[in-house]
Design a binder for this molecule. Structure first.
Ligand code: GAR
Length: 210
């Protein structure tokens, strides 16, 4: 399965996906990394791994439709079959999301549907939750929504700051995103309405990896 990754920054989740798919038996191959910013740190990481990269800057396009058409064209030209959002910080419009329906996944640093959007860790701490985590999900037009493929729970410590909580959650992101990608590429993931079923995921029926 040919995979394209969209990033906006550091790209540590992208790196986790690159490392996982480099294994010889892996059924997914990352063929393109697109960043919407030329200064995205992940671009150098991808290039060093021998993966084609492209910068498609939203500021170079007249509107969101033109920006997304350029990304769509690059992904399709590379033969991409699945798009992974990995710290991609632009909201995608309905046309793009619908045209990649069930072939577009995202990772978000909370236990969705809690704490959609930005400043997730600050809001989780402000809310006083004792558990947070991360979610890999198929993307639907409404922000940070869609059928959930994998989640990991992470305890919140009394002295956590947004940065310390983010770091603990990020380590789990690096574990569950490659796991979810493998399940998808092996054809083990089916979507039923809002719910996902995973054949032989090795984690029972609830997709909670902890
Ligand atoms: C990750 O924590 C990811 O979950 C989050 O941005 C970070 C990107 O880090 N994504 C979102 O908040 C999307 N709504 P990375 O560039 O090192 O992968």
């Amino acid at each position: 399965m040919k995979v394209g990754i969209l990033i906006s920054g550091r790209g540590s989740n992208m790196e986790a996906l690159i490392r996982a798919t480099a294994l010889p038996d892996h059924p997914a191959k990352i063929v393109l990394v697109v960043a919407n910013r030329a200064d995205a740190g992940g671009l150098a990481t991808a290039a060093a791994a021998g993966i084609a990269t492209a910068v498609i800057d939203h500021r170079d396009h007249a509107d969101r439709a033109a920006f997304e058409a350029a990304m769509d064209g690059a992904l399709r030209a590379a033969g991409v079959e699945l798009v992974c959002l990995a710290g991609f910080m632009r909201i995608l419009g309905n046309d793009f999301v619908n045209s990649w329906r069930d072939r577009l996944v995202n990772i978000h640093p909370s236990l969705l549907p809690a704490f959609k959007g930005l400043h997730v860790h600050e809001r989780a701490l402000d809310a006083g939750v004792r558990i947070s985590g991360c979610t890999v999900h198929y993307v639907r037009p409404e922000m940070d929504s869609g059928p959930i493929i994998a989640q990991a729970a992470v305890p919140v410590a009394d002295n956590d700051t947004p940065d310390s909580l983010a770091a603990r959650i990020l380590a789990e992101e690096h574990r569950i995103y490659p796991a979810a990608l493998r399940w998808i590429a092996e054809g083990r993931v089916s979507i039923y309405g809002e719910r996902v079923r995973i054949r032989d995921s090795g984690c029972g029926d609830n997709r909670l990896l902890s």
